[in-house]
Design a protein around this ligand. Structure first.
Ligand code: FAD
Length: 569
């Protein structure tokens, strides 16, 4: 860690003039940093500047305020400026834009947005937590008054009044990521009919497409229209004041309100103008203590790029958890404690109309992008609790792990219940650099209404162990339509008749011991069943009778997910 005499905490009985620590942006990262700093240094002067009217508000709650799930705007204010002053002795300057940094003089220029007056403020340490701004593509019509992005309380308030004033009944949401989907849920809740326009052929871009398939099915079943694989071209205003959202393909969608949720961009203008080092991913470069290329300036939150613990690559990740923890780490560094930020792994969850989608670590496409090839994956669809206890719902789970050491690389899951708890366990295991053996052995809560004696997390670990130790070699789904292997469906004939993979033959597991001699001995056999368990038994049986057999992990359920997103060649 770097040491600067004038940044050391002051403990002498006759302190020098108090250190002045200024924080730009007073929400997730900035507010956490201020509060932690005060707990570590009672003597420092701490001031927060935010161009908005509020600090420490709950951005993550904004979609639910639009949806009327959170009816009282006041509950979004986690801490008021008054509370910062009274409880923490922190100055709060709201409606104050920070417009420049003079690194030599160690001052910032600020502009009071209410009076228009500018002034400079000196600092000994400066923390940048300006967040990320919603991307507004420069397309015709995006500046129309009924086209909104959701970033802060005033945005949400404007959306609410627009819906009320216009008696809005149809919305187009551009972008099917986290914020887009949270807006889907909330606008549907408000009774609007909703269309999602998304450039990729799937919603939730961080997920692998086949994992997103059940989510897309769920959205369609709930009446949400999905228009995928097509980008926004323009927004026109009709004679009746309604909007027509035009896609690049020429498709058009009427709307009373349009929400832009196509992603965010780190607000690096101040940092760039000050000559701070910006990384390849467009975020401010920081060290493990969140210090920038200037020893008196720290940066945290959506504006920084930090290493991904799985791929080792620098990443920008706009999520509240990392922003809060980084704010704390920066405070500790400023106070002279060498706490390290460990990096991010993109643990995230979103709920959409009753379905939960969660992920942690790398996706398969992320691994491929990062050039990682020595990995394997399993799919499973266990109930979220014991099947004999009423109300069990499947969790569709994909686990990625490295070969041959079994290190957990990532997991994604979709289901009605119990999804985020499984992903959280796997996320913690990734933090500890755990392996699939750790998942197989994990001792987790079990009573029939909560889990199973073999929890889905244990099952995922055990399946992965079977793959690694050769008990259950797996075949790649993406090869299934061009393989020369024999496709063997081991479900019962009525299940087979209800739908199967083209060219597959049916030999039910229940008849396997009597009939296996019918199978050709000179061909590899790829077995599948409904979700993978019977096929695993078949694979074990066949292997012990001298056949070369692989399992199509996750069975016909996974096949259908691939089909739904057109991934089978
Ligand atoms: P912010 O919290 O955005 O704070 C930055 C502040 O700095 C802003 O108030 C901005 O006005 C101010 N500012 C910027 N530049 C200046 C300047 N020059 N002068 C003065 N002030 C300035 N994350 C999750 O993990 N889970 C969720 O469920 C979730 N839901 C979300 C829902 C919505 C609608 C949004 C918008 C975000 C959501 N996020 C969620 C993301 C999360 O809110 C952010 O990752 C987090 O707030 C980032 O913290 P930050 O401190 O970097 O920036």
């Amino acid at each position: 860690m770097h040491h600067h005499a004038d940044l050391e905490p002051t403990h002498s009985p006759n302190p020098r003039p108090a250190r002045r620590i200024l924080i730009v942006g007073g929400v997730a990262g900035g507010a956490s940093c201020a509060a932690r700093l005060r707990r570590l240094d009672e003597l420092a002067e701490i001031a927060i500047f935010d161009r908005g009217p509020y600090v420490a508000f709950a951005n993550c709650g904004l979609p639910y305020y639009v949806g009327d799930v959170i009816a009282d705007e006041g509950t979004l204010l986690v801490a008021s400026p008054q509370m910062f002053r009274e409880r923490f002795n922190v100055e709060v300057h709201t409606n104050t834009d920070v417009v420049g940094i003079n690194r030599t003089a160690r001052t910032i220029s600020v502009r009071d947005l209410q009076t228009g007056h500018s002034r400079t403020e000196r600092y000994d340490a400066l923390v940048l937590s300006p967040g990320a701004a919603p991307i507004r593509p420069p397309l015709p019509g995006v500046e129309l008054p009924g086209v909104f992005a959701v970033r802060n309380i005033p945005d949400s308030r404007r959306i609410r009044s627009w819906i009320a004033d216009r008696r809005a009944s149809a919305a187009v949401i551009v972008g099917g990521g986290f914020i887009g989907l949270e807006m889907v849920e909330n606008l549907v809740h408000r009774g609007l009919s909703v269309t999602v326009l998304e450039k990729l052929p799937q919603v939730m871009p961080p997920l692998d497409p086949e994992v997103a398939a059940p989510l897309m099915e769920h959205l369609l079943a709930k009446g949400v229209q999905l228009h995928l694989g097509d980008g926004l071209a323009r927004i026109d205003e009709g004679a009746d004041g309604r909007y027509i959202v035009m896609a690049e393909s020429g498709a058009s969608f009427p709307a009373d309100i349009v929400i832009l949720a196509i992603g965010v961009r780190p607000e690096t203008e101040l940092a760039k103008a000050a000559g701070l080092h910006i990384g390849s991913r467009g975020g401010i470069v920081v060290d493990a203590q969140m210090r920038t290329s200037d020893l008196a300036i720290w940066a945290v939150g959506d504006v920084v790029e930090v290493p991904d613990v799985v791929t080792g690559q620098d990443t920008v990740l706009p999520l509240a958890g990392p922003a809060n923890r980084q704010g704390r780490v920066a405070a500790e560094s400023i106070a002279g404690r060498a706490t390290n930020f460990r990096g991010i792994q993109a643990t995230a969850v979103v709920a959409v109309l009753g379905l939960t989608v969660a992920s942690t670590g790398a996706s398969e496409k992320g691994l491929r992008r990062a050039g990682v090839t020595s990995f394997e994956k399993v799919y499973l669809h266990p109930g979220h609790h014991a099947s004999y206890y009423p109300g069990a719902h499947p969790i569709h789970l994909k686990l990625l792990f490295s070969k041959p050491d079994g290190r957990i690389l990532g997991a994604q899951a979709v289901g009605l219940e119990g999804v985020e708890k499984r992903i959280d366990v796997i996320a913690a295991s990734i933090q500890f650099r755990g392996t699939v053996h750790d998942l197989a052995e994990a001792e987790l809560c079990y009573a029939p209404q909560f889990g199973a004696a073999k929890d889905p997390v244990n099952l995922a670990g055990m399946l992965a162990e079977n793959v690694l130790n050769g008990d259950m070699p797996v075949a790649d789904w993406l090869e299934v339509n061009r393989t020369t292997a024999l496709l063997l469906d081991v479900r019962e004939p009525d299940e087979f008749a209800g739908g199967h993979i083209p060219n597959a033959i049916n030999l039910p597991l229940s008849q396997m011991r009597n009939r296996y001699a019918e199978l050709p001995g000179n061909k590899e056999i790829w077995t599948y069943c409904g979700v993978g368990q019977r096929a695993y038994f078949a694979t074990r049986f066949l292997a012990q009778h001298g056949y070369r057999s692989r399992n199509l992990s996750g069975g016909y359920t996974t096949y259908q997910a691939f089909r739904a997103v057109d991934r089978t060649p």
